[in-house]
Design a protein around this ligand. Structure first.
Ligand SMILES: Nc1ncnc2c1ncn2[C@@H]1O[C@H](COP(=O)(O)OP(=O)(O)OP(=O)(O)O)[C@@H](O)[C@H]1O
Ligand SMILES: [Mg+2]
Length: 255
């Protein structure tokens, strides 16, 4: 990246995924392909039920596929690993029996089992500070607000410095003001640390605000129909052409 060259972090190549319902096959992903360059935030937009969550689960190695392959830095993904971490929509994803500090330290320990305790402790403290939760390390999830828990979940996902962060509508369940601040938090950490993110959302404005590129999935085709370059990353709705782009994307999603 330093010399301007982009390295490919993720490749999903011609993925097909079907479920059986009452004995009938139902194709959710069909020839689904996408690529993510290191250091980019890529959003996936699409109508409800079009296969966004399924695509993330496949990328993360949580679901078997019928054909195709997923490569992370050229290595085939077959099972979940700590090199990719998922952040969900649900604000109850932190482990309820661990305090915030231990929630954040846990994946660091798993990823670097041979490092000394001080290493995990420091990572957890650094991340708490980064997401503005210093002083809350000894709070349990039920003692935090929904927005704080989501910040905690982001901190946990980032602490072990995964190669790829998978986010499935992570800010959908918080109020609009908290959502804006969580988007800013993500962009801030991205600028600071150079994250690579696949971000699923149904919120077009959110996609325009945080993404380098926006992948638009077909309503029923099970694949990416268009890759939109995005000029609005980091900009909140300003110009008229922003609304034109939003309208254009909306029409494509519903097409
Ligand atoms: N285990 C399953 N068995 C059968 N069908 C399933 C299963 N899981 C998902 N599906 C179907 O796959 C399709 C895609 O689901 P998915 O959760 O990926 O959609 P989505 O794009 O994330 O939707 P949303 O925006 O509502 O979260 C849906 O039609 C759903 O009914
Ligand atoms: Mg979903």
């Amino acid at each position: 990246m330093g010399n301007g060259r982009m390295n490919t972090a993720l490749q999903a190549i011609n993925i097909t995924k079907k479920y059986f319902k009452d004995g009938e096959p139902k194709f959710i992903l069909r020839d689904f392909s996408m690529e993510v360059q290191e250091g980019q935030i890529i959003s996936i937009l699409g109508a409800s039920g079009c296969g966004k969550t399924t695509a993330l689960n496949v990328i993360g190695g949580f679901e078997k596929i019928d054909s195709g392959q997923v490569l992370l830095h050229g290595e085939k993904i077959k099972a979940p690993s700590f090199s990719m971490i998922m952040v969900f929509q649900d604000s109850h994803q932190l482990f309820p029996w661990l305090d915030l500090h231990d929630n954040i330290a846990m994946p660091v320990k798993k990823r670097y089992p041979k490092k000394p305790k001080a290493f995990y402790e420091k990572k957890a403290c650094d991340m708490l500070e980064q997401v503005g939760l210093e002083g809350y390390g000894n709070y349990y999830p039920h003692e935090l607000s929904g927005g704080m828990r989501q910040r905690g979940a982001i901190a946990r996902a980032l602490a072990s410095e995964p190669d790829l962060i998978l986010m499935d509508e992570p800010f959908a369940n918080v109020d609009a003001i908290t959502r804006d601040s969580l988007q800013d938090l993500l962009l801030g950490i991205w600028k600071d640390k150079g994250l690579t993110v696949v971000f699923v959302t149904h919120d077009i404005e959110e996609a325009l605000y945080i993404s380098d590129r926006i992948l638009i999935m077909g309503k029923e085709s099970g694949k990416v129909e268009r890759i939109a370059k995005n000029e609005w990353k980091g900009l909140r709705k300003t110009k008229e052409d922003y609304f034109d782009e939003k309208e254009r994307i909306k029409n494509e999603i519903m097409a």
